[in-house]
Design a protein around this ligand. Sequence first.
Ligand SMILES: [Zn+2]
Ligand SMILES: [Zn+2]
Length: 238
Amino acid sequence: MSFKKFCPKCGKETEYLIDNLCKDCYLQGKSIFDIEKSNISVCKFCNKTKIGNHWFEVNDELIGNQIANMIKPNKDLKQPKILVTLEKFLENNYSAVVAVEGFLSDILVKDIKEIKFQVKETTCDSCMKINASYREAVVQLRANDKNDREEIFKMALDILKKDKSNDSLSDTSKIIKLKTGYDLWVGSKKSAIKISSFIAKLYNCQIKRSKKLIGQDDNGEQKYRYTFCMKIDEKLKK
Ligand SMILES: [Zn+2]
Ligand SMILES: [Zn+2]
């Protein structure tokens, strides 16, 4: 035989008391979690968002994770579980339903809140550079034949586009059309090398490399701008 228990605050009969209160009274005024809102911004040029010190192509999962990071569960909540359900209702406007559950004094508790927020548009460092005619390398594509010229130009742009998700500097900051070909100002030296070796191999041509000292970087190391020049010779084409 068990003794009946009554909550001294509300008078309700209860199976057990926590801190000498029924469950409802105990939970009154206690928040299971708080949301510390912080900005989520996405680059309007490359659609990437900054997490820590890195930029990642944005998707709903990433945004959901960023929201989860804003959730501050009650410090007494044991085994907290956070679930974020995201809904985009307008361009850059989201609503998120946040559910948190866990144990407070061994009682399973749960709370749900909805937040609305807007993803802010920004310009990431790489896109800022690309917009300011930044280039680590210049790729010079030359061919006497017009079709060859257009073909290698298109190939170069395709390679840049493909690498852009990993490297935001894989882009042109300027394209100069010449009688004999194209000059591409390329933000990433790595991408410029990739383009050059791909085209050189495909068309069996030499890469003329040169570099020019343009200054020093923050660590005092010499900074160069590289030029990769390729001239397609129809006779050497495979
Ligand atoms: Zn009570
Ligand atoms: Zn960007």
